[in-house]
Design a protein around this ligand. Structure first.
Ligand SMILES: Cc1cc2nc3c(=O)[nH]c(=O)nc-3n(C[C@H](O)[C@H](O)[C@H](O)COP(=O)(O)OP(=O)(O)OC[C@H]3O[C@@H](n4cnc5c(N)ncnc54)[C@H](O)[C@@H]3O)c2cc1C
Ligand SMILES: *[C@@H]1O[C@H](CO)[C@@H](O)[C@H](O)[C@H]1NC(C)=O
Ligand SMILES: *[C@@H]1O[C@H](CO)[C@@H](O)[C@H](O)[C@H]1NC(C)=O
Ligand SMILES: *[C@@H]1O[C@H](CO)[C@@H](O)[C@H](O)[C@H]1NC(C)=O
Ligand SMILES: *[C@@H]1O[C@H](CO)[C@@H](O)[C@H](O)[C@H]1NC(C)=O
Length: 507
């Protein structure tokens, strides 16, 4: 006689077997259907910033899939090459060796909080979850050290990686990846082709498939490449007054840190194709672009890296000399504080750093000094040259108050490092100072994508087979405010995701 529990076991085993069969059948069927559409045309990657370089390197080196990388500029790197603070990651070997206890959940919480109910939580989850392997990939595949950390605004832990040494992180990462790609192109020109001075102007599709990419070279000649897979990595639109006028007209008077190539070409081409755009009006104004004393009105501003504040820089009111904000709040909040508390006309503040900040960030600081964006001066000279209302001795007190209250800051700044030595602080103490102003820096919005970096239409379905977007051209990863260091990370995470997804369908 069978017992009732035996029946139950048979039932469970039966259901399991059925579901295994179904999965096996599905994967066979899936493989077959994929095989029928597979072909060997090279993948076209549009844009050679970090997102494009990541996707291209992964495709060619890991998956041996041929790729053509196109950029409209005469050199690779986009805005990525300018990145100066670093790239985020949690649970990395660097965090371990520096004894930082952090987690995917911490990072996700900070990201979601900063996003303020905008964006796509699934993409944020992927960003945080894949951050460890993104940093590991840069370290292990390319030998980039990324052995130093900073805690940037809105982060609960130090998790923004850069390398100790002379090179700023964007330059180090981008030049390493572009050199590797150039090497692959030299070794095998059917595996990698790099096409510069060539602007993509159209994507051809037929039914639900990508057919080709049309681009124009710098002589005006139009070319076509046949392909079944395109990855858009064309960056943001921070330099385009036309697009700012359309999506955020209140910002067209602000200067920007973005290069002149940052004109939203991808967002527009993909929208024409039927892609959905989201959060296009969410534009990050970075609180600190350097005012060059020799060229105060230039529309392009050199960025005063957030790491300057993260490593101990403070902001002072340009008239009273007083602090007015927790310098490590999120970028939107710090910007708001500068716009609300500092003079509205000629809006600016002073960024002041101790000699300890200098020692900790020496190579960057030397560069800013060389460019005359900051100067080394005494407290008394600073008061005089900026015509501050505070007297030199009041200025000493302001800096003492900040340096003394490490656990009890008047603006609730949580991390006070590299502050001034209160025992020796006096009117002749030397410090570093520059003038800063808010600048258009990053466009959070963009093309809607899924976790595989596939471009989505208005119904949240993949718009067409073989169409991907990664990096600043995409929207949803940051909601209404991007955390420092999360943009380079997004380039690596979603650039790799696109390459991987193409490889799965390659056969
Ligand atoms: C000064 C500065 C400092 C920054 N610091 C940091 C930092 O420390 N950490 C961080 O995470 N983020 C930082 N960011 C943000 C980050 O650098 C960028 O958002 C990110 O690099 C964007 O990468 P991307 O690959 O998406 O685009 P980009 O690097 O901008 O590259 C896009 C490329 O596409 C090309 N392109 C555009 N349109 C076309 C077309 N039609 N045809 C062909 N090519 C085209 C462009 O020429 C460009 O080379 C910083 C940004 C700036 C401006
Ligand atoms: C060059 O790359 C192509 C495309 O992946 C490949 O078919 C070919 O075998 C490679 N040639 C060599 C010499 O590795
Ligand atoms: C692209 O494919 C079409 C046929 O579909 C062919 O006529 C054309 O020559 C191809 N172009 C290139 C550049 O290979
Ligand atoms: C930014 O300001 C808002 C509103 O004033 C506040 O709710 C939020 O907590 C601030 N963000 C941070 C990181 O302090
Ligand atoms: C600092 O935090 C305390 C306690 O949370 C709060 O009461 C106070 O208003 C905060 N100060 C500022 C300037 O935000």
């Amino acid at each position: 006689m069978r017992r009732p529990w035996q029946k139950l076991v048979y039932l469970v085993v039966g259901v399991l077997l059925l579901s295994m069969l179904k999965n096996a059948f599905q994967s066979i069927w899936y493989r077959r259907s994929v095989t029928t559409v597979a072909n060997k045309l090279p993948v076209v990657v549009v844009g050679s910033g970090l997102a494009g370089l990541t996707a291209s390197n992964e495709l060619a080196q890991r998956y041996h899939i041929p790729v053509v990388l196109i950029d409209k500029e005469n050199a690779m790197g986009g805005n990525s090459i300018k990145a100066s603070s670093g790239i985020n990651g949690v649970d990395t070997t660097t965090q371990h060796s520096l004894n930082i206890k952090d987690s995917v959940d911490n990072f996700l919480l900070d990201t979601v909080k900063s996003a303020k109910n905008r964006g796509d939580p699934q993409l944020m989850k992927k960003l945080a979850r894949d951050s460890k392997s993104a940093i590991g990939w840069l370290q292990d595949t390319f030998g980039i050290k990324l052995d130093a950390l900073a805690q940037l605004g809105g982060h609960s832990k130090p998790r923004t990686h850069r390398s100790n040494g002379k090179l700023p992180p964007g330059f180090e990462i981008v030049s390493t990846l572009s050199k590797n790609l150039e090497k692959l192109a030299t070794e095998n020109s059917s595996l990698v082709k790099i096409v510069l001075n060539s602007k993509v102007i159209k994507i051809n599709k037929e039914n639900d498939k990508i057919k080709g990419v049309i681009y124009q070279d710098n002589t005006g000649k139009v070319h076509e490449i046949n392909t079944s897979n395109v990855i858009f990595t064309t960056g943001g639109f921070g330099y385009s007054k036309e697009m700012l006028k359309q999506y955020a007209p209140h910002l067209i008077h602000l200067p920007t840190t973005n290069g002149k190539q940052t004109t939203g070409d991808g967002q527009r081409l993909l929208q024409d194709l039927g892609a959905d755009l989201l959060d296009m009006d969410q534009i990050q104004v970075h609180p600190t672009g350097f005012i060059d004393p020799q060229d105060r009105n230039n529309n392009w501003k050199f960025l005063a890296a957030e790491a300057l504040r993260g490593l101990g820089g403070i902001l002072l009111h340009p008239v009273t000399g007083e602090r007015f904000v927790n310098e490590l709040e999120t970028r939107d909040n710090v910007t708001m504080a500068i716009q609300n508390y500092c003079p509205q006309e000629n809006n600016r503040a002073l960024l002041v750093m101790s000699d300890k900040v200098y020692e900790n960030y020496k190579n960057n600081m030397d560069f800013y000094l060389y460019k005359n964006l900051i100067k080394k001066t005494t407290i008394a000279e600073m008061v005089k040259s900026f015509n501050l209302q505070a007297t030199p001795s009041e200025m000493v007190d302001i800096l003492k108050k900040y340096s003394n209250n490490k656990d009890n800051d008047e603006f609730n700044r949580s991390l006070i490092i590299n502050s001034f030595d209160v025992t020796s602080l006096n009117e002749k103490t030397e410090l570093f100072v520059g003038e800063i102003t808010p600048v258009v820096h990053f466009t959070m919005g963009g093309v809607k994508i899924d976790e595989n970096a596939k471009v989505l239409n208005k119904d949240n379905n993949p718009l067409v087979n073989g169409l991907y977007a990664a990096g600043e051209v995409s929207g949803g990863v940051h909601g209404s405010n991007r955390l420092g260091g999360s943009s380079l990370l997004e380039c690596v995470v979603f650039g790799r995701a696109a390459a991987k997804h193409i490889s799965l369908n390659w056969n």
